[in-house]
Design a protein around this ligand. Structure first.
Ligand SMILES: Nc1ncnc2c1ncn2[C@@H]1O[C@H](COP(=O)(O)OP(=O)(O)O)[C@@H](O)[C@H]1O
Ligand code: SF4
Ligand SMILES: [Mg+2]
Length: 400
């Protein structure tokens, strides 16, 4: 048995023991955006002044003796409690304001699976993707990648597993260094991590380029000589040259023309099959996510509100936010009438999210409980999870 076959067999056994390549638990990422001294008003109670005992009036003693039963009710009246007085005080307070970009998410991704992540701009998709790869230091929670908790890893340990976890960014224009030729851009990290022997370097890079639909002579060309689609292929080749197991694709086709989008999505799908890759595919475009994903997670203001198989999310959505997102997808049939659900207002600030269900300020089904109590993220069968008070809340909380 060759070394490669042995490695593949060992990986297969590991996969059978643990089907998940990624296990994320209660992941939080808060950004500190403001530190300031602030003058705040405070109400402080004023101690009541001691009330002097009333001095008996002249002749009062005799009168009381003379008519003892004259005011029995008044004598039994309980003394009224003293009215508590307050005064306003000003004090200086040191305040820190955080953006709760990711506010406690839990989910798993199985080997070879594609988890699509959808949600409005600013809901925390990119922050979550980067936090999982520890490109951001996380605030709380754990990320277990291939059986290892990477949240507690030292930089030296993390460096060793870095090649296995890669990211493809949204903007292929700004994510390529302009002064390096394509071959070097793709090969830079291959050299650093010693992915192949030096003698095989050029051949290996060219083979990766071919896989990604790039011609051999592009090796010595510079990024400005390429179109958006070709640049994104270079970005994908750069990530895949490191032989990763898991790739976060952060809106990889959002900056491309629609015709090129399909080519890149199909390329990602082919490469996934070839290299047995696992993807987290982030996009705000539901039709792209539908095309590539096995499961889909819907995010709103730093949390998942719904997660399930592609069929469950697209054919029987549960959460009002998912319904609104789906109703906004254009249908290429002029005779097909869609009842669009228009969400009122903007997404609230993640620095000061609404109490209870974070979606309640925009939800047409909002009830009193929604304004007070955050709904639990519950599995309603077959791994279809939802966080909404429209559905029973008495089941145990589930992990995605
Ligand atoms: N480095 C940062 N510093 C402060 N706030 C940030 C930073 N990165 C992202 N945010 C904030 O976190 C929230 C989520 O951002 P992001 O993850 O980029 O959203 P998405 O990818 O879903 O559009 C936004 O409110 C954004 O302003
Ligand atoms: S919990 Fe209430 S406010 Fe939130 S989505 Fe469900 S119905 Fe709407
Ligand atoms: Mg983003």
């Amino acid at each position: 048995m060759s070394v490669e076959q042995q490695t593949a067999a060992a990986e297969e056994t590991a996969e059978q023991e643990n089907p998940n390549i990624l296990e994320v638990r209660d992941l939080k990422k808060y950004f500190l955006i403001r530190k300031e001294w602030k003058i705040v008003k405070e109400k402080v109670p004023v101690a009541p002044a001691p009330t002097p005992a009333p001095a008996p009036a002249e002749g009062e003693g005799e009168a009381a003796e003379a008519e003892p039963e004259a005011q029995p009710e008044e004598a039994e009246k309980p003394a009224e409690p003293p009215q508590e007085a307050f005064k306003t005080k000003h004090k200086l307070e040191y305040r820190k304001t955080y953006v709760k970009a990711v506010d406690g998410v839990s989910f798993n991704i199985a080997h070879g699976e594609t988890l699509g992540i959808v949600g409005e701009s600013g809901c925390g998709k990119s922050t979550m993707g980067r936090s999982i790869l520890r490109l951001h230091e996380i605030t709380a929670g754990s990320v277990v990648f291939d059986g290892k908790d990477i949240t507690k890893m030292k930089a030296s340990e993390l460096r060793k597993i870095r090649p296995q976890m890669q990211i493809v960014f949204q903007d292929p224009y700004s994510s390529l260094p302009p002064r390096l030729p394509v071959g070097e851009i793709i090969g830079e990290a291959v050299k650093v991590h010693g992915i192949v022997p030096k003698s095989d370097y050029r051949d290996y890079i060219i083979s990766v380029m071919r896989k990604c639909g790039l011609q051999d002579f592009y090796f010595d060309r510079y990024p400005h000589e390429f179109s958006g689609g070709q640049r994104q292929r270079i970005c994908i080749a750069r990530a895949l040259a490191l032989k990763p197991k898991f790739v976060v694709c952060d809106e990889p086709v959002s900056a491309l023309d629609v015709s090129i989008q399909a080519q890149i999505v199909n390329l990602l799908k082919e490469l996934q099959q070839d290299m047995h890759l696992t993807y987290m595919f982030i996009s705000h475009d539901l039709s792209v996510v539908k095309h590539i994903s096995d499961r889909v997670g819907v995010m709103y203001l730093g949390n998942f509100v719904e997660m399930g198989s592609k069929n469950a999310i697209f054919n029987s959505p549960m959460h009002p936010y998912t319904l609104a997102l789906l109703s906004a997808v254009p249908v290429p049939d002029p005779h097909y009438h869609v009842n669009r659900i228009i969400l009122e207002g903007d997404i609230p600030s993640p620095a000061n999210p609404p109490k209870g269900c974070k979606f309640h300020t925009r939800c047409s089904h909002c009830m009193d409980i929604c304004k007070e109590v955050a709904p639990k993220f519950i599995d309603y069968g077959g791994g279809h999870l939802c966080a909404c008070h429209l559905y029973p809340q008495d089941e145990p909380e589930a992990q995605g």
